[in-house]
Design a protein around this ligand. Structure first.
Ligand SMILES: *[C@@H]1O[C@H](CO)[C@@H](O)[C@H](O)[C@H]1NC(C)=O
Ligand SMILES: *[C@@H]1O[C@H](CO)[C@@H](O)[C@H](O)[C@H]1NC(C)=O
Ligand SMILES: *[C@@H]1O[C@H](CO)[C@@H](O)[C@H](O)[C@H]1NC(C)=O
Ligand SMILES: *[C@@H]1O[C@H](CO)[C@@H](O)[C@H](O)[C@H]1NC(C)=O
Ligand SMILES: *[C@@H]1O[C@H](CO)[C@@H](O)[C@H](O)[C@H]1NC(C)=O
Ligand SMILES: *[C@@H]1O[C@H](CO)[C@@H](O)[C@H](O)[C@H]1NC(C)=O
Ligand SMILES: *[C@@H]1O[C@H](CO)[C@@H](O)[C@H](O)[C@H]1NC(C)=O
Ligand SMILES: *[C@@H]1O[C@H](CO)[C@@H](O)[C@H](O)[C@H]1NC(C)=O
Ligand SMILES: *[C@@H]1O[C@H](CO)[C@@H](O)[C@H](O)[C@H]1NC(C)=O
Ligand SMILES: [Zn+2]
Length: 278
């Protein structure tokens, strides 16, 4: 399935490896067009020297039978989203993904049972969100058509947390209204083209925050594949229409390729995969 494929730009995630400065340099960098440093035409098999060679890589197959049940979701094991409505948000067409910026004031507080830094709070700031098609993580060995990543950073510790949400096609083909607020306003043209919308998204309503979730230690899924990323893969998929999936493919499509923008599965190895359930 590897034909000419999609041109790939560093998905925000890659940039984040340079920690805080990333969120500042981000917009300026978007303006430049240059040869991408990697792509998906060989499914990541040619990323070798661009990536960390470690045993904590992402994505993985999220299997219930493989996971340890680490308790009931309670006060110390729930997320707290301190998201606000997002107005006049910026959308970037990076070629192989569509990304939007997270605004000034949107934060995620992680469960203290999982993350309790000694020199900070458990609060991480939303930097950006983007998509992968088909999904990067598998659920019980099966891919979903789309996966969204909400990328957060704790400036005090330099740690990153990514909230991953799957999408499935709605039986009634009802479009996802939040996804529409991105796809309907995303710029065409693949070279980091950027628009500032005059729209608003009800960000807190987007994420199924009461979902059960899987948690494990992984990596960025784009070069440099930096490890130490806290992953939270929500059990509950969102729904979208197949027209929205086509819309995403057209926006990101770069010339005849039939590959998506998903990094292939990485080995779970002996890693702990936690399942937090209600
Ligand atoms: C988009 O910008 C990033 C840096 O932010 C750069 O690495 C990438 O090559 C650019 N992509 C294109 C297609 O110009
Ligand atoms: C990306 O894909 C094309 C084939 O379509 C290949 O020629 C190119 O060298 C690849 N790698 C990069 C880094 O662009
Ligand atoms: C990664 O490291 C392992 C063990 O050190 C080694 O066997 C393997 O060849 C390395 N892979 C790459 C792509 O460098
Ligand atoms: C998660 O549960 C497993 C199995 O009960 C246990 O071995 C592991 O220590 C737990 N991890 C945490 C962080 O509580
Ligand atoms: C969004 O931009 C419009 C102009 O395009 C402006 O009138 C409005 O105040 C802005 N809203 C916010 C919340 O910044
Ligand atoms: C969210 O995080 C930002 C950046 O760390 C901070 O300036 C802001 O006060 C936080 N907002 C809330 C509501 O916690
Ligand atoms: C907080 O601790 C982490 C590691 O535990 C360290 O890397 C970081 O520099 C510390 N930050 C501050 C502001 O002290
Ligand atoms: C956004 O701008 C377009 C014209 O570019 C206008 O038709 C539309 O009403 C505006 N929407 C809002 C929410 O201001
Ligand atoms: C992730 O790594 C941290 C730091 O090494 C460790 O404290 C934590 O238990 C790990 N979590 C899981 C789910 O493996
Ligand atoms: Zn991603």
């Amino acid at each position: 399935m590897a034909s000419s494929g999609r041109l790939s730009a560093t998905i925000g995630l890659g940039l984040l490896a340079v920690l805080l400065t990333a969120s500042c340099s981000f917009q300026k960098a978007n303006a430049q067009a240059s040869k991408p440093s990697f792509n998906y035409t060989q499914g990541g098999a040619d990323w070798g020297s661009l990536c960390v060679n470690g045993s904590f890589q992402s994505p993985i197959n999220v299997r219930t039978a493989r996971a340890t049940v680490n308790g009931t979701i309670g006060p110390d094991s729930s997320f707290v989203l301190q998201y606000e409505r997002l107005s006049n948000y910026t959308i970037v067409n990076k070629g192989q993904t569509i990304e939007f910026e997270g605004g000034e004031n949107n934060n995620l507080t992680l469960p203290t049972a999982i993350y309790k830094p000694t020199n900070g709070t458990s609060k991480l700031h939303l930097l950006q969100s983007h998509f992968h098609e088909p999904s990067e993580h598998l659920r019980e060995g099966v891919a979903y058509p789309l996966e969204q990543h909400f990328v957060h950073n704790d400036a005090a510790t330099g740690r990153f947390a990514v909230l991953a949400v799957f999408y499935k096609i709605d039986d009634e083909e009802v479009p996802n209204p939040f996804l529409s607020q991105i796809l309907n306003y995303a710029p065409g043209g693949y070279n980091n083209k950027t628009v500032v919308t005059n729209q608003t998204i009800d960000l807190p309503a987007w994420i199924p925050i009461n979902s059960n979730y899987f948690h494990y230690n992984g990596s960025l899924t784009t070069p440099p594949c930096t490890e130490g990323i806290m992953w939270f893969v929500l059990d509950t998929p969102l729904t979208m229409s197949s027209a929205q999936l086509t819309q995403y493919q057209r926006l990101t499509f770069l010339g005849g390729g039939d590959r998506g923008d998903n990094r292939p599965l990485q080995r779970v190895g002996t890693r702990e995969l936690q399942h937090w359930i209600k």
